[in-house]
Write a protein that binds this ligand. Structure first.
Ligand SMILES: NC(=O)c1ccc[n+]([C@@H]2O[C@H](COP(=O)([O-])OP(=O)(O)OC[C@H]3O[C@@H](n4cnc5c(N)ncnc54)[C@H](O)[C@@H]3O)[C@@H](O)[C@H]2O)c1
Length: 332
């Protein structure tokens, strides 16, 4: 069996994890890693037995790389994704596809023009809890959707770290907009959002919104990254859908693990990307393994990139609604 030869671009919080997952897959060669911080790239390359570069164009020019993960900040996806498509690499692009619909369109056009495999890292498509809510909300089980609700609340140190380079909608909110449209089997048509900024992190502290779906269902979104860092597990997330025949919901607040100290109780990630027995597993492990498997075998990805694209105009509409204080139709 031929090995998949991979490069990883952007080696911050997430790119390092992508590289470590590839490194343990027996049918993948992690050939090179790239970060504009050359020292960081050099360190990770030495740890993982890959080559290092600070220039993603140099990595993409290598004929011995078949596929890349792009893990750059949200606002820097476009140039790298277009260059990767032009270099004919299979692409795993971290979510969000882009930081607005115009840039998402540029990326999708480049992918389609160059005919490359393209997957967006919508990690919840690999989370057993979300997949089971999707399964339970099949029309023959759920009937017609009546109302839906999604929540994603995170800690303020993440908002401070990503600062002006990210917004709550694109960094976190894209997960839930994608999940809502996926389980509702319907796109969001209209939004009415409000936001608040008090902590001075360069982005929103919280955003709440009311949603109208094309199929007539109503929904709401509850986003925050204002929680103190002591929040158990660093985040709270939930999803619910109620239909004419049944309902389904999930709650990620409880990860099922507790460490008890004299003065407090702490938790830990047991689902997203926990490191267990020296390997990063969980949803991220499954996502990256799926990408590599599907590129090697030619199998379809579990999510078509056009569904990932469908989330972006909703985020634009939410941002616009929060800005002007009025309901906004999603422009498709
Ligand atoms: N699926 C998830 O749950 C999840 C979680 C975290 C992050 N992400 C996504 O992953 C992406 C990266 O996020 P992060 O938290 O790792 O960010 P980060 O800021 O920690 O890392 C980004 C890295 O990219 C490097 N970089 C920036 N511009 C570059 C360029 N032009 N060339 C080479 N290197 C460059 C930076 O030096 C930095 O090391 C974002 O799109 C984010 O939304 C997804």
């Amino acid at each position: 069996m031929n090995k998949l030869r991979v490069g990883v671009i952007g080696l911050g919080y997430f790119g390092e994890r992508h590289a470590k997952v590839y490194r343990r897959l027996p049918y993948v060669d992690l050939v090179a890693v790239c970060d504009r911080d050359a020292a960081r790239a050099g360190r990770l390359a030495a740890d993982l037995g890959a080559e290092a570069t600070a220039d993603f164009h140099a990595l993409l020019a290598r004929p011995d790389i078949d596929a890349v993960s792009i893990c750059l900040p949200d606002r820097e996806h476009t140039e790298a994704a277009v260059a990767a498509a032009e270099a004919k690499k299979a692409i795993l692009l971290e979510k969000p596809l882009a930081h607005d619909a115009a840039h998402a369109r540029i990326i999708v056009d480049a992918v389609e023009k160059n005919g490359v495999r393209f997957m967006v890292g919508h990690i919840l498509r690999f989370d057993p809890r979300y997949v089971q809510v999707h399964e339970a909300s099949r029309p023959e089980k759920l009937g017609v959707p009546i109302h839906l609700k999604a929540k994603r609340n995170g800690i303020r140190s993440v908002a401070a770290r990503v600062g002006k380079n990210a917004s709550i909608l694109f960094y976190m909110g894209v997960h839930d907009v994608d999940a809502l449209q996926w389980v509702a089997r319907s796109r969001i048509a209209r939004v009415y959002a409000q936001k608040i900024e008090r902590l001075g992190n360069g982005n929103e502290d919280a955003l709440y919104a009311v949603l109208n779906f094309e199929n007539g269902a109503i929904g709401c979104l509850d986003y925050s990254w204002a929680w103190p860092d002591g929040l158990m597990n660093g985040y709270k997330a939930a999803l619910e859908i109620v239909g004419t025949k049944s309902a389904a919901f999930l709650d990620c607040s409880d990860q099922g693990f507790y460490a008890v100290h004299d003065d407090r109780v702490t938790g830990g990630d047991t689902h997203l990307w926990p490191e267990i027995n020296g390997r990063i597993v969980g949803d991220l492990g499954d996502e990256i393994t799926h990408f590599a498997d599907a590129v090697l075998t030619g199998a379809p990805f579990v999510q078509d990139y056009r569904e990932a694209f469908d989330a972006i105009p909703v985020l634009d509409a939410l941002a616009e609604s929060a800005r002007i204080g009025l309901p906004v139709d999603v422009k498709r």
